[in-house]
Design a protein around this ligand. Structure first.
Ligand code: NDP
Ligand code: 2IT
Length: 444
């Protein structure tokens, strides 16, 4: 049995009830095989892979809160501090009913390699709670955030662990979390990113994941001798990542014809109207079906995902495993030749196998959506120097980072004999730096 198989089998035996984590770990380990087999003696001697697959620690806690009717609720909160070899733990907080330890460990493991790809000094972490912000009042969300932080504050800090947003955690939640951290500790420090602009947030952080996704998609498309202008794009999701991906793609001359939420999708043959989308999602916090009522010519498809819509490029921006093998086949049969992932692990194993077999361009999440955490790291730098940079400066750094990620991923794939396989390229390029740092720091 190869070293990666051995480590995976050990992990499966230890964590049989963590399917999402095992799936992510399997995919990562398998694609690391080319670098692991070259360095097997050193890695084995230092138990490198055995350490890489286990979080440094996981904090779990209960989160009691009271709703507007006076009814008490208990949710579960978590922070997975996965790997601090190259910097303080960094990664988002997710508030969604599906959150559990398995999902957060998969996201945390992905985050280690993603953060390494940014070339900035940030380790990997992830956290959240099984709390559903949908339909909650501002006051309920505030009380939940305050209770969550009342436990979490003990374990985080600007140089130890710096959380940010993810699904269900945006500017409003980060504001409440920050306020409570400050109240409990008395510290005005960059302990969270994605903060409001009046209290240490970075310009272009809200836009960063979506813009970064489109910047790297542009590189992928150019690498194949094509251009983004005039192409038809299918997007899923209608949250933070989807919104700014749509805005940037349209600015660069592509036409985005879909967006969605967990209830259904919108098809707009004239191109999704960004202003209407933001009014519905950012201001009213309403469901996406509202869009069809307001924009003539658009259609709402209840209970469906957008993968049957004809397109050149697909940008899944909602959640994990939202594209399965059948969906991938449908996309390709309808002419899709490029998939770049805004969400984390949106394509399941069968979907990825389908992309690779069809040899379409496929940029996996840890490279494609790294723009968000990259600008989070730039927010940390600005907080440390107590300065703030202009939108243009941050956006231009983001653009350079995404171009460099594309270069590093494609060059690494080529170096290891897997030209154009960006899965292998992204995993190995991210892993190399973390492995070197872990070896240098000894058995910790
Ligand atoms: P938001 O909460 O802003 O939006 C999430 C969107 O995805 C909503 O439209 C939501 O619909 C939809 N969605 C969530 N869960 C499901 C589900 N189970 N099935 C169908 N649709 C679903 O989150 P973000 O835009 O921030 O995050 C989207 C993805 O991007 C996630 O995978 C996240 O991990 C990833 N990501 C986010 C980054 C960031 O900076 N925010 C950075 C890198 C990656 P509904 O309202 O119906 O739930
Ligand atoms: O998945 C991700 O990269 C994020 N949710 C962003 C994390 C961050 O720290 O900005």
């Amino acid at each position: 049995m190869s070293y990666v198989d051995e480590v995976y089998e050990g992990l499966k035996a230890k964590h049989p009830h963590e399917p999402e984590f095992l799936e992510a770990a399997k995919r990562i380990l398998e694609s690391l095989d080319p670098i692991v087999s070259k360095n097997e003696d050193v890695y084995r001697k230092n138990a490198l892979l055995e350490r890489f697959v286990e979080p440094e620690r996981i904090i779990t806690f209960r989160v009691p809160w009271t709703d507007d009717k006076g009814v008490n609720h208990i949710n579960l909160g978590y922070r997975v501090q996965f790997n601090s070899a190259i910097g303080p733990y960094k990664g988002g907080l997710r508030f969604h009913p599906s959150v559990n330890q398995s999902i957060l460990k998969f996201l945390g493991m992905e985050q280690i390699l993603k953060n390494s790809l940014t070339s900035l000094p940030i380790g990997g972490g992830k956290g959240g709670a099984d709390f559903d912000p949908h339909g909650k009042s501002d006051a309920e969300v505030m009380r939940f955030c305050q209770s969550f932080m009342t436990e979490l504050y003990k374990y985080i800090g600007k140089d130890t662990d710096v959380p940010a947003g993810d699904i269900g955690v945006g500017g409003r939640e980060v504001g409440y979390l920050y306020g409570q951290y400050k109240r409990l500790t008395g510290l005005y420090e960059g302990v969270l990113t994605g903060k409001g602009l009046t209290f240490g947030g970075s310009l272009a952080r809200p836009e960063a994941t979506g813009y970064g996704l489109v910047y790297i998609t542009d590189e992928v498309v150019k690498g194949a001798g094509k251009e983004l202008k005039g192409k038809t794009i299918v997007v899923s999701g209608s949250g933070n990542v989807a919104q700014y991906a749509i805005q940037k793609a349209e600015e660069l001359g592509a036409k985005v014809v879909t967006c969605s939420d967990s209830n259904g999708y919108i098809y707009d043959p004239n191109g999704i109207n960004f202003e209407v989308l933001c009014q519905i999602k950012q201001v009213e916090r309403a469901r996406i079906k509202e869009y069809a009522k307001r924009v003539p010519g658009s259609e709402y498809h209840e209970g469906e995902r957008p993968w049957g819509v004809k397109c050149d490029i697909a940008l899944p921006c909602a959640t994990q495993n939202e594209v399965n093998g059948e969906d991938a086949k449908k996309l390709i049969d309808n002419g899709c030749w490029c998939v770049c992932e805004g969400a984390n692990m949106p394509s399941d194993e069968a979907a990825i196998d389908t992309y690779l077999a069809a040899k379409i361009l496929y940029m996996p999440a840890k490279a494609a959506n790294a723009g968000g955490v990259a600008v989070s790291a730039l927010e940390m730098s600005q907080n440390s120097e107590r300065l703030s940079w202009s939108f243009e400066e941050v956006d231009s750094k983001l653009h350079d980072i995404m171009v460099n990620i594309y270069k590093s991923v494609s060059e690494t794939a080529k170096k290891y004999g897997y030209e154009n396989n960006f899965v292998v390229g992204a995993n190995i390029a991210g892993f190399e730096k973390v492995a070197t740092a872990m070896l240098a720091q000894g058995l910790v």
